[in-house]
Design a protein around this ligand. Structure first.
Ligand code: GTP
Ligand code: MG
Ligand code: ZN
Length: 311
């Protein structure tokens, strides 16, 4: 990390007393940081500042032996956002892989996968899809649905969190990954399979980890080894992409890229315009109608919604 951006209006009195650390849990305005010396402390941001996220490298001024104030956030390598009409929410920072966890039961919402993929592509983060709960008979249909994403080049792992997570461990090696998906897909169960004693380190969230029946309510970072880290995140119901421009959304559909710039109108939004290259590509079987439909739903959502939050 080189550049740092100050988050405090008033700099700390003596920056030599700032301790470097990593945000390992974020819940509202309350954070947990792992200091570079190994201590885990509670911390808050100064004043009304928010915007710190799990995965941030920070500098902290201690206010007690186990408490501190976040004074600085180091420049991020990546940041994964979602946004509603009013504000952006950072899911995780400094990750280089997003693991989209789906399962046949409870039924998953395919558009959410696409939204996660769009967020990953625009953030420059690689995506891995995991179909969990392969022990359930309903998985065959889910597998068919997901074949489309595999054909686009997104790696797909079939897993049963309770039996064998070894293939996932291999895919996580040397990466900082964030697990995302709807509630109940098995994100926490997978992480528990990878790190059976994770709840020991994270005592106050053991209820969420030991039964797997509780919804995870905070993003939490775990070390798989010295070079591999994973972030569990609360189940997503919505994945708003209001912070993106229509052109960004179109480019995030990776198979659209060869056709962008080929439309009759240079400012084609690929909605109803005549001579749209994406329509021709769909007719020629080069773009799947499901993906074009999702793109159009996202583009319409963007056009309908004025940008009323401040980024
Ligand atoms: N049959 C089966 N059930 C599983 C598997 N993995 C997880 N489950 C169950 O699915 C339920 C939800 O698992 P969680 O790990 O809590 O799901 P989550 O994605 O973390 O959910 P949120 O924290 O709410 O986002 C639990 O009852 C798990 O026991 C699996 O591979 N097979
Ligand atoms: Mg969970
Ligand atoms: Zn077009």
């Amino acid at each position: 990390m080189t550049a740092v951006r100050a988050v405090a209006k008033k700099p700390a009195a003596n920056s030599t007393h700032l301790l470097p650390g990593l945000i390992v849990a974020a819940h509202g305005k309350h954070y947990r940081a792992e200091l570079d010396d190994g201590r885990i402390i509670s911390c808050v941001t100064r004043g009304k500042k928010t915007g710190t996220a799990c995965g941030d490298r920070v500098e902290i001024a201690l206010t007690a032996s186990d408490q501190g104030v976040i004074e600085r956030i180091a420049q991020r390598k990546t940041q994964l956002y979602r946004s509603d009409l009013y504000r952006e929410k950072i899911i995780a920072t400094n990750v280089d892989q997003i693991v989209i966890v789906v399962a046949a039961v409870p039924s998953f919402y395919e558009e959410l996968i696409n939204r996660c993929l769009v967020a990953a592509e625009t953030a420059g983060i690689r995506a891995l899809i995991v179909l969990n709960k392969m022990d359930l008979p309903e998985s065959a249909a889910a597998q068919q649905t997901l074949a489309l994403y595999e054909s686009l080049g997104y790696p797909l792992l079939h897993l049963c969190a309770k039996q064998d997570v070894a293939p996932l461990r291999a895919a996580l090696a040397h990466h900082a990954s964030v697990f995302v998906g709807q509630s109940g897909m098995g994100k926490s169960t997978l992480i528990n399979g990878l790190l059976p004693d994770a709840h020991i380190r994270e005592g106050d969230i053991s209820a969420a980890l030991d039964s797997g029946k509780h919804t995870t309510t905070q993003a939490t970072l775990y070390h798989l080894d010295g070079d591999s880290h994973i972030i569990d995140s609360p189940g997503l119901q919505e994945f708003g992409l209001h912070h993106l421009q229509i052109e960004d959304i179109a480019r995030a559909f990776i198979e659209f890229r060869p056709f962008l710039g080929q439309c009759r109108f240079h400012n084609c939004r690929h909605l109803v315009e005549p001579g749209c290259a994406l329509d021709s590509a769909e007719a020629a079987g080069k773009i799947d109608p499901r993906r074009l439909k999702v793109y159009r739903a996202l583009a319409h959502e963007k056009l309908r919604a004025p940008r009323i939050y401040s980024a």
